[in-house]
Write a protein that binds this ligand. Sequence first.
Ligand code: NAD
Length: 471
Amino acid sequence: MSATKVTKICCIGAGYVGGPTCAVIALKCPHIKVTIVDLNQARIDAWNSPDFKLPIYEPGLEDVVRQARGRNLFFTTEVDKGIQEADLIFVSVNTPTKKSGVGAGFAADLNYVELATRRIAAVANSSKIVVEKSTVPCRTAESMRTILEANSKPNCRFDILSNPEFLAEGTAISDLFKPDRVLIGSLQTAEGKAACEALASVYANWVPTDRILTVGLWSSELSKLAANAMLAQRISSINALSAICEATGANIDEVAHAVGYDSRVGPKFLRASVGFGGSCFQKDILNLVYLSESLHLPEVAEYWKQVVTMNEYQKRRFSKTVVDTLFNTITGKRIAVLGFAFKADTGDTRESPAITLIRDFQSENARVNIYDPQVEHEQIWADLAEASPATPLANIQKQVSICKSALEACKDAEAVVVATEWKEFRDIDWEAVYKGMNKPAFVFDGRLIVDAERLRKIGFKVTTIGRGERV
Ligand code: NAD
């Protein structure tokens, strides 16, 4: 079978992955019509907003959408039409962790993948290449194929590929412009290889061919889980070492630098912090844990589970340090939390460590001021309400305020907690912050971004993760 020439792409799911990924494909491939569909009308309206108030914040994204939207890039809720028109369909829907039911807390919730697949099967009236873009457990493509084949019409054949996305939020556009690699998994049949070639030829419009890796379907699915699990494992490893540093007087920056100098280890992703967040790391490790358990590999499951356990421990340890340092009580004290997004340069708050910290401070009856340069206020309230389901939002709002600037958040506070590594927190007017705070004024740096020495000279008592010396 010769490779299909891709001329029309549909992406199901206009989220953090589908939106930027397919916007970049449209930009780089002006000869391909790219239609991104979603059931969420508000999200589609935001993608189409005349003043480019897009539903997600990513540096460089607006520029990409400005160039391609209306030319060969379209956003719509007309899912069926998008499917019917396309010769290649990305499935880029959410795959959260199940919150209840059998295997609760571990299994991936594949409901959205299944519904999207059923929709393709129901409305497709010509052959399609269906591409898993969502992160899914190993062998999900098999379930998708069963659904598609059971419902296909005559003359409709479906080839399934896995093409997991490795972009990181905050650097999505530069990651998509210059990916470390594009991974495409296919069945090793003539048809599978032809479909793989068709998708590879789309990426080849801007990605060097030696960076386009083609592998078997199951290897591709597993590689995505493995990549995220190993990145998260590095964070948990350095965070575990940060606890030893604090207890011994060693300095985690120096340890990370020394360890990272080994070319086998490398320097990246060795920054100690209050813990990892985001929608992917924890979910994908739990996915791997569930997969290992269902394959009767309990020791393997236990091994990966520890990465999540260490992350939870790190967040709790940090909250406890704040309480301990503030003379063992924060009742009635005002704490300024700088940053609410799970990392800098994104407005995404999913699994953000800030949420856990604030819930801990609330439970100790502190008053909390929050400032984040990107996150919408409604999102903050929604996250805090979800984190404390037993507390009415009105009660949360008596304890917590959302501020318009870092300076405002820190006014009359006893302590400042840096929860997200926004660059502006490094450069705020710390003298002015100090003047406005109650004394003694404490800073807890959960991201290792402030200049602790300079802050101490101003008068702050500074605690940073992984450094033996305190205040
Ligand atoms: P998201 O929640 O931002 O977006 C998913 C979108 O799919 C939502 O807008 C939802 O309305 C839509 N959707 C769900 N079912 C649909 C259906 N049947 N028809 C039409 N639209 C539908 O999720 P995301 O962050 O973009 O993640 C998508 C996938 O990519 C997940 O599997 C995730 O694990 C993976 N991933 C995410 C990242 C990341 O950094 N966010 C990175 C790599 C991979």
